[in-house]
Design a protein around this ligand. Structure first.
Ligand SMILES: NC(=O)c1ccc[n+]([C@@H]2O[C@H](COP(=O)([O-])OP(=O)(O)OC[C@H]3O[C@@H](n4cnc5c(N)ncnc54)[C@H](OP(=O)(O)O)[C@@H]3O)[C@@H](O)[C@H]2O)c1
Length: 213
């Protein structure tokens, strides 16, 4: 049997869309949830190391960390500036490293990748690179932080509230399942990563097979 999250302390980074859904799901299972982001819950900006350090000192020890943070930099390369590209890496790569450095996490960390890394598309190069980096980040952190477990969830297109309906209407055509994901599909995978004591250094692909479609 897997562990339970009841009576555990869980930090969820990101308070919009999937982050909000995850916070609600953990709370419904009896966890004490600390939501943190630039705009929701405790103030946390992963591009500011001093801020991450202050947040960590305020929160103290937690059982689990889940970060949904993303700052996409999409578009033709000619339109992208170094600052936007760095922000994208701050949210998905540098920020998780800063959290791993400063936040006292005793049991597990789960970060968010995305199928764009395995299915590159024009004008999504930075997204592919940041999400791809998350795979190697969790493998290396799993080794560095053991026995704390470190994993990633890699969603396909999910109806998280972030996409316009006209996009979602046909987005399922680009998955083997012919569907887009539901927030609960992602929450189930995160819960698995958080509670299965034998899973570490893994990327859980919850993308309807979109990386092969
Ligand atoms: N939805 C999809 O179809 C899909 C597909 C593939 C991968 N994903 C991945 O799943 C994750 C969640 O996606 P979502 O649909 O919930 O989109 P979202 O609302 O855009 O999620 C991004 C989250 O990042 C937080 N954030 C942004 N900059 C930050 C910073 N500097 N420091 C800390 N937090 C920061 C935001 O916080 P606040 O808004 O609360 O301030 C927001 O909650 C993302 O990593 C995304 O790449 C999603």
């Amino acid at each position: 049997m897997s562990d339970s999250v009841q009576n555990t302390r869980v930090v969820v980074v990101g308070g919009s869309h999937l982050g909000r859904h995850l916070s609600e799901s953990f709370a419904a299972l009896g966890a004490e949830v600390i939501t943190a982001s630039p705009r929701h819950g405790e103030h946390l900006d992963l591009s500011d190391e001093a801020g991450v350090e202050r947040f960590a000192a305020k929160i103290g020890e937690v059982d689990h960390l889940v970060s949904t943070a993303a700052m996409p930099a999409n578009g033709p390369l000619g339109d992208l500036g170094a600052e936007g590209i760095r922000r994208a890496f701050d949210a998905k790569v540098v920020g998780p490293l800063l959290l791993a450095k400063h936040l006292r996490v005793t049991r597990s960390m789960t970060f968010f990748s995305g199928f764009a890394a395995w299915r590159p598309q024009r004008h999504r190069t930075v997204m592919a690179a940041t999400n791809g980096a998350v795979k190697f980040l969790v493998e290396a952190l799993a080794v560095e932080l053991a026995p704390v477990r470190v994993n990633a969830v890699s969603p396909g297109i999910v109806d998280s509230g972030v996409w316009p309906p006209e996009f979602l209407a046909t987005a399922g055509d680009r998955a083997l399942t012919g569907t887009v994901g539901r927030p609960d599909d992602i929450a189930q995978a995160v819960l698995y990563a958080v509670t299965n004591p034998f899973v570490t250094g893994a990327v859980l692909h919850v993308d309807g097979g979109a990386r092969f479609a």
